[in-house]
Design a protein around this ligand. Structure first.
Ligand code: AMP
Ligand code: ZN
Length: 469
């Protein structure tokens, strides 16, 4: 399995730190609003990476944080006249609902910044002790960027270019910094804002320190994969590396993965320009499985454009898989024989080839676009070769194959068409009437239709009884 590593700028063979295990950290959202479809991209992409690794037999410890202390959260709390935690808890709950609807698995741990302050105080203390951080006159603690020799290795920036090109750093009024490149680890409290007691000043953490601390607490000092959107490469991930490696004296993450951005109608998503959608907005028009399909239809390192046409195409693609499975269910309820014929065994071998193609695409830096193409080839093969003459064993094996590949993509493609009791009763009544008129063909059709929807009929002396499969 090859992964493109932002650190080396090339695809590398994946070798876990510990055999059979993967330690993976994905930077999560700042919770001050419903998540937007841009935030959904890393969630879906890295959930798919996790699922594929699990399919390969790895035990994945997947940690993804919620940033629940931040200027935007505090601003909203002040506007609403509530505590910041009311805002963050509300949007964590909403985010979890969206994740579930997109079939994103819950992380092994979802730490929250506000619950990890102790660990942050510890790491900042260590950095000061080791000379990698210092306290300014007002109590702000800064990371001494030039003290960390590897600074710039992830974003492939050179310190002097950074200083020259980043003049804004010089005019932010932070003249108490020793060097414009230094960044905040801890800042003093402001009136009306949440704060924690600390040896340097009462206040709150800078953003970068939370991920270094949570990653260390839940995964250890060295991890396999650290991931997020490409906007996080600099400065967030660069700063995380500096903090973690300076504090722990060990390499931090082995592989750094970054998804490209999602744009809308070829423009950067922006609230003020009116081209901005939350996941909830999309859920009003589409099943969120379609959004998931859409996200996976491109390679995660390619920019992805969101448009009505592309969503329609995603809807059609997703529907093709769903229809194929639902046809198989219908055929299964009518299958004439139980066990596979020799000819079917040969066909099944051919079908296995599509699963091999799928794995090959995923092994190549999670090329979900090509992996979905392999799923479509399988669907086409199934639509051609599955018929009413097929055996139960054969049809079930084809169905399992589609479900297994879809599940790695996190796509739910078997629609459980829940029939209402009243609709079931009405069809049973129609069947009874057909039998009375000796229209056995229609009566059998109704029985099969119900079976296809998971309703099993039983003719007893007391009349027709039914149950759900
Ligand atoms: P934030 O809440 O802004 O920290 O973002 C949470 C995650 O969403 C990060 O991994 C970001 O890189 C990612 N992200 C934000 N906007 C987009 C976008 N338009 N396309 C892809 N990823 C994004
Ligand atoms: Zn982070």
């Amino acid at each position: 399995m090859k992964i493109y590593n932002t650190l080396s700028k090339r695809k590398e063979e994946f070798v876990p730190l510990e055999e059979g295990k993967v330690k993976m950290y994905v930077c999560g959202p700042t919770v001050y609003n419903l998540i937007h479809i841009g935030n959904a991209r890393p969630m879906i992409v890295f959930d798919t990476v996790r699922r594929y690794m699990e399919h390969k037999g790895y035990e994945v410890n997947y940690v993804s944080n919620f940033t629940d202390v931040d200027d935007k959260i505090i601003k909203k709390a002040i506007e609403e006249g509530v505590d910041a935690s009311v805002i963050s808890e509300r949007y964590i709950a909403e985010c979890k609902k969206d994740m579930e609807a997109m079939n994103v698995k819950p992380a092994t741990t979802h730490p929250k910044a506000t619950e990890e302050i102790c660990g942050m105080l510890d790491m900042i203390g260590t950095l000061i002790e080791k000379g990698h951080a210092y306290t300014a006159a007002d109590g702000t603690v800064y990371f001494r960027t030039r003290s960390f020799k590897g600074y710039g290795k992830l974003s492939h920036k050179n310190l002097d270019d950074l200083q020259g090109g980043n003049r804004s750093l010089l005019v932010t009024g932070e003249d108490q910094k020793e060097d414009p490149l230094d960044f905040v680890l801890w800042k003093p409290k402001k009136e009306g804002e949440p704060y924690w007691e600390a040896p340097w000043c009462n206040g709150r953490p800078g953003w970068h320190i939370e991920c270094s601390v949570m990653s260390k607490k839940y995964l250890g000092e060295e991890i396999d994969i650290h991931a997020g959107g490409e906007d996080l490469i600099f400065p967030h991930h660069e700063n995380e590396i500096a903090q973690s490696e300076a504090a722990n004296g060990k390499p931090f993450a082995k592989y750094w993965m970054h998804n490209a951005f999602l744009n809308i109608d070829n423009k950067k998503m922006s609230k003020s320009a009116g081209n901005f959608f939350t996941v909830r907005d999309i859920s009003e028009k589409y099943d969120l499985q379609v959004l998931r399909f859409f996200m996976l239809s491109a390679h995660y390192r390619s920019p992805l454009n969101f448009s009505a046409e592309l969503m329609e195409a995603a809807q059609n693609g997703y529907d093709r898989i769903v229809t194929s499975v639902s046809n198989l269910n219908y055929l299964l309820s009518n299958a004439s024989s139980e066990t596979m014929s020799e000819e079917e065994k040969a066909l099944l071998k051919e079908a296995d080839g599509f699963a091999a193609k799928f794995d090959e695409a995923m092994d190549d830096d999670f090329n979900t676009a090509d992996a979905l193409a392999a799923v479509f080839e399988l669907v086409k093969f199934v639509n051609t070769n599955a018929s009413a003459a097929g055996s139960k064993e054969f049809l079930q094996a084809l169905k399992d194959e589609i479900l297994s590949l879809s599940d790695i993509c996190g796509l739910l493609v078997e629609k459980k068409e829940e029939m209402l009791d009243a609709d079931v009763e009405a069809l049973i009544a129609e069947r009874q009437a057909a039998r009375k008129e000796k229209n056995f063909k229609r009566a059998d059709e109704i029985r099969d239709e119900l079976l296809g929807k998971g309703i099993i009929l039983e003719d007893t002396r007391e009349g027709v009884k039914w149950k759900r499969a």
